[in-house]
Design a protein around this ligand. Structure first.
Ligand SMILES: [Zn+2]
Ligand SMILES: [Zn+2]
Length: 149
């Protein structure tokens, strides 16, 4: 999850591709009863302009939670493109701007923040989930209870 900017510079490179898979240590999701299942995949490219580093990439991971309608398990494939900038120092960082130290960029914080900012507010087990019957509470995907409501 780290990009060694120092090494890129030593090798005379100004750009490089990356492909990381990592596990988040803590659950960053606000969505109730939801968690990220398996690794978070982050792919992209970095471009150096002197000491400023521009990172463009894509985050993919699987969010497992509860369907908002029927409360059964729901799976959401999170996919988000991002662009962030890393600078050596900045007393007043802008949005999506991070400071890196000792020539090392650690994408973990940026990736966690981008997931938090873009996580779904509700997820469904399937697009046309029928939900629960408000009268008897049965799962209307599984049976037609015939209640009048
Ligand atoms: Zn459902
Ligand atoms: Zn019913």
């Amino acid at each position: 999850m780290v990009i060694d900017v120092k090494k890129l510079k030593i090798n005379g490179k100004t750009e490089s591709n990356f492909d990381f898979q990592f596990e988040l240590e803590e659950n960053i999701l606000l969505l109730p009863d939801a968690y990220i299942d398996g690794p978070v995949q982050v792919t992209g490219a970095i471009e150096l302009h002197e000491d400023d580093c521009y990172v463009d990439g894509e985050i993919n991971c699987k969010i497992v939670g509860k369907c908002a309608r029927c409360l059964e398990e729901a799976i959401y494939h999170f996919n988000e493109e991002f662009s962030v900038k890393y600078v050596r120092s900045n007393p007043d960082p802008e949005a999506f701007e991070y400071v890196y130290k000792s020539g090392i960029i650690d994408l973990r914080q940026a990736v966690s923040e981008i997931i938090s900012l873009n996580e779904p507010l509700i997820i469904y087990c399937k697009e046309n989930c029928k939900g629960l019957c408000p009268v008897c509470g049965c799962n209307l995907n599984e049976k037609d209870c015939g209640c009048k409501y």
